[in-house]
Design a protein around this ligand. Structure first.
Ligand code: TMP
Ligand code: MG
Length: 289
């Protein structure tokens, strides 16, 4: 049906069910569809030429806006908490307090650095941030078909918006839920706005944004893209959901986590740095193929 589903990186527990969901999404058509995607390590690459790519937080962490001392502290936080984030031996409930601690400490450190709003664009330009191969076809296709794209990220909203903008794909159908910086009158970071979003509280974030899902209430079908088990709850605010297809990027600790990903995501993409599969599924659903 879709040749890209035979790529070696594609794993499915129940291929027939995937085909059924795709057929029902196709029958219902693009006017009933919304796409909800995580940003870091889902729309951006995990690695390139053997080197890890930065998350939106890492773009700041690695920049000249941050002192050497602070870089060391942020690195220590990453080394402490990232293994917890991806630990398949702990439940989400067990991970929650650690994630709140990580995000809170990291944001406090960033605030201490008095980051200037007017320097963010250059920092993103100088960074190694990379959207996945095929990103342009993904964003452009959604725009052309009038399908809304919600980017739901526990990263830094100001930074990820800049990444999308600099890649010329911040189209009018794109909305972002994320952690946004609050700048004082001199354009200096003084806080983060609103309710903190971390990897494992996206459900709460979704339920807070009722207005957005209200606007899209006729779109009962969802294509969800994520790379973390926390991303599975991003669509919890959708009204009267009919069909949902969940595509999960399994980037790291593949063998250890494969079983749980296969149990939760309909399609698992193992160490796949491209948007080939989401693009092919989207073309098929929206009649572009
Ligand atoms: P998300 O991809 O689920 O939206 O989460 C954002 C990622 O950001 C998550 O994988 C952890 C990562 N992160 C950092 O790299 N540095 C940090 O300081 C923090 C708080 C998170
Ligand atoms: Mg992610």
């Amino acid at each position: 049906m879709i040749p890209e589903l035979s790529k070696p990186s594609v794993c499915m527990r129940d291929r027939q069910r995937v085909e059924e969901i795709i057929q029902s999404l196709r029958r219902a058509g693009p006017s009933t569809l919304q796409v909800i995607s995580d940003f870091d390590m889902t729309l951006t690459r995990f690695a390139h030429n053997g080197k890890r790519c930065p998350t939106s937080h890492n773009i700041l962490d690695n920049s000249n806006l941050i002192s050497e001392d602070c870089k060391k502290n942020l690195k220590e936080l990453l080394n402490t908490y990232y293994p917890i984030e991806i630990d398949s031996g702990r439940t989400v409930e067990e991970k929650l307090p650690h994630m709140v601690e990580w995000w809170t400490k990291a944001h406090d450190l960033l605030i201490q650095q008095k980051i200037r709003k007017d320097l963010l664009a250059q920092v993103v330009k100088d960074s190694d941030a990379l959207l996945r191969e095929g990103y342009k076809a993904f964003f452009d296709q959604l725009q052309e078909r009038n399908v809304p794209l919600l980017i739901f990220s526990a990263g830094v909203g100001d930074v990820l918006e800049e990444v999308i903008r600099q890649n010329s794909v911040f189209h009018s159908n794109v909305r972002v839920f994320s952690n946004y910086m609050d700048f004082d009158d001199n354009g200096v970071l003084r806080a983060f706005k609103g309710q903190l979003i971390h990897t494992y509280n996206k459900r709460e974030g979704a339920l807070l944004n009722t207005g957005h899902f209200q606007e899209l209430q006729d779109r009962h079908n969802v294509l969800l893209l994520g790379d973390s088990m926390g991303d599975l709850t991003m669509a919890d605010g959708v009204h009267n959901m009919k069909s949902i297809l969940k595509i999960g990027y399994l980037n790291d600790k593949v063998e250890e986590r494969k079983e749980s990903y296969l149990g939760s995501y309909d399609i698992v993409l193992e160490k796949d740095e491209t948007m080939d599969v989401p693009n092919a599924v989207l073309s098929h659903i929206t009649g572009g193929q």
